[in-house]
Design a protein around this ligand. Structure first.
Ligand code: HEC
Length: 124
């Protein structure tokens, strides 16, 4: 009897604690991990709340995407796909000094797979 009671408490504890762990696990669940990793390294420096590149931040702030209404998010994702198609980001002038930050073909492919999927989903 006592043992079952303890076991129940243990279970209850698990149920209460587990969700708080999973909820704080990923701060940007909007992107798949693979895409998020590319953004962090190749785009985030200019396109984030703490960025000093005001123009870049005004056009696109990854930190603010999740809070956008559906139509605006769709426009943003479309503009991201557009720059990926053109290969215009990161900017060429920046790449002259930081060639290692150029997107590889594989990264562009992974990234575009996500934008296409997201555009389809948002256009429904
Ligand atoms: C070195 C800084 C820098 C990096 C790194 C960078 N960007 Fe940009 N980005 C800019 C600037 C500056 C602008 C604004 C350009 C303008 O208005 O002429 C911009 C504009 C954009 C726009 C808006 C285009 C438009 O005309 O509406 C998108 C989308 C974008 N960037 C996506 C990306 C993506 C995706 C990456 C990563 C692969 C990236 N950027 C990396 C500086 C950067």
């Amino acid at each position: 009897m006592r043992k079952t009671f303890k076991f129940c408490l243990f279970l209850l504890g698990g149920i209460l604690v587990l969700p708080s762990f999973t909820a704080t696990g990923d701060p940007k669940p909007m992107f798949p991990k693979k895409v998020d990793a590319i953004i962090q390294v190749k785009c985030y420096g200019c396109h984030s709340t703490d960025s000093k590149a005001q123009k870049a931040k005004d056009k696109l702030n990854w930190d603010a995407l999740a809070g956008l209404p559906k139509e605006q998010l769709l426009e943003k994702v479309k503009s991201i796909q557009d720059v990926l198609d053109k290969g215009s980001m990161p900017p060429a002038r920046f790449l002259e000094k930081n060639p290692q930050d150029k997107l590889t073909d594989k990264e562009t492919k992974t990234f575009k797979k996500w934008t296409s999927k997201k555009i389809k989903k948002l256009s429904k």
